[in-house]
Design a protein around this ligand. Structure first.
Ligand code: ATP
Length: 341
């Protein structure tokens, strides 16, 4: 349905996207996740046909976005991060205008406008000027515009911007309806919880690169099992520290808080080998015992943040390498200081 192949974007000499590729199948909701500045907006602008890539190609239902732009855009919906709404138009006028652009003229256009207003719950606003609407309602008008004609592929850049919890719940229903009618949806956010509830697949990007991709189940199976466990020890923190310190080179030991009975709760995770045997021995040797042991699951949010952290560390390492090489070149007189900037 959607094929993105090696898309790359340079702004001057800054690489905003480097060779990004992915496919999205019919009726799938793909979460496009990454921190601010990761390249989500750039990628979606290219996929939507609004921006030309420096290299690479995009196919929408087989249509090449560069060579068959008109055909591709007719079957695609796009909600940009800052939707260009016309404040002097009424909601109805605007949606009929958008319907016209997508090839729905006259009565057909009016029907399409009414349909998307119902889906996004903005019928009572239809005669109001867009400029007079609240932020959340403006965003729903923009979403309505993006789904005119039930697109085959729908691209949504931070769609929850400005929506309150009730409107967000309504928006999720809209996504569900579209998915059921076979629409492929790509939805970007820097907040995992905003999309993890609705997406089937996840693409994690940082600094213009895809750093992880797969179904949501793949992420859950692969990463959530890396969790550790929580223990309650009915003893003072100093005593607990004494038995847990020898485990610190083997795993991450963290004080969580005091228990209701005055003991301490610790979390132990990120261990490479099973540490339970040593833990039980250490505790018994000190004459202590474990009051409660419970598995602790890493949340998907922690997994996502961990990935971004690891990717940042890798980037820093590469940067340091480049600076070292440049410094050596300056010292040898093969380059000048400007190259370090
Ligand atoms: P956000 O979540 O903050 O919207 P994003 O993931 O959508 O971020 P982009 O807006 O695509 O990220 O930006 C990716 C990188 O490209 C950033 O470093 C940004 O500063 C840069 N960039 C984006 N647009 C331009 C532009 N028109 N000219 C120069 N640099 C740009």
């Amino acid at each position: 349905m959607l094929e993105v192949k090696n898309i790359k974007k340079l702004y001057g000499d800054q690489t905003a996207l480097s060779a990004m590729s992915f496919n999205a199948a019919e009726g799938r909701i793909v979460g496009f996740l990454g921190p601010n500045g990761a390249g989500k907006t750039t990628a979606l602008s290219i996929i939507s046909g609004y921006m030309e890539p420096t290299a690479g190609s995009v196919r929408v239902c087989g249509f090449d976005i560069a060579k068959e732009r008109k055909q591709a855009m007719r079957i695609m919906g796009y909600l940009p991060e800052n939707p260009p709404l016309y404040p002097e138009m009424t909601v109805m006028e605007y949606l009929r205008f958008v319907a016209g652009l997508k090839g729905f003229a006259g009565k057909k256009g009016a029907l399409e406008a009414c349909n998307v207003m119902k889906l996004t719950d903005i019928v009572p606003e239809k005669e109001k000027l867009i400029g007079q609407l609240s932020k959340g309602t403006k965003q729903r008008v923009a979403i309505a515009g993006a789904i005119v004609g039930t697109p085959k592929v729908l691209l949504l850049d931070e769609p929850s911007n400005g929506l309150d919890p009730g409107q967000t719940a309504g928006f999720k229903k809209v996504l569900k309806n579209l998915k059921e009618s076979g629409t492929t949806i790509v939805i970007s956010s820097h907040i995992l919880s905003q999309i993890s509830a609705v997406c089937d697949d996840m693409l994690v990007i940082n600094r213009g690169r895809l750093i992880a991709a797969g179904t949501k189940e793949y992420f859950e199976k692969k990463f959530l099992k890396e969790a550790g466990f929580l223990i309650d020890i009915p003893a003072e923190a100093s005593e607990c520290e004494r038995v847990l310190s020898p485990l610190k080179p083997l795993c991450n030991v963290r004080f969580v808080g005091k228990t209701a009975t005055g003991g301490c709760t610790y979390s132990l995770n990120d261990y490479k080998t099973d540490i339970k045997k040593q833990l039980f021995e250490n505790i018994a040797n000190e004459g202590l015992y474990i009051e409660r042991l419970a598995p602790s699951m890493k949340s998907l949010e922690e997994v996502y943040l961990g990935m971004i952290e690891a990717s940042e560390a890798e980037f820093e390492k590469a940067q340091k390498r480049v600076r070292r090489i440049k410094t050596e070149m300056i010292e040898k007189g093969e380059s000048d200081e400007n190259d370090l900037l």
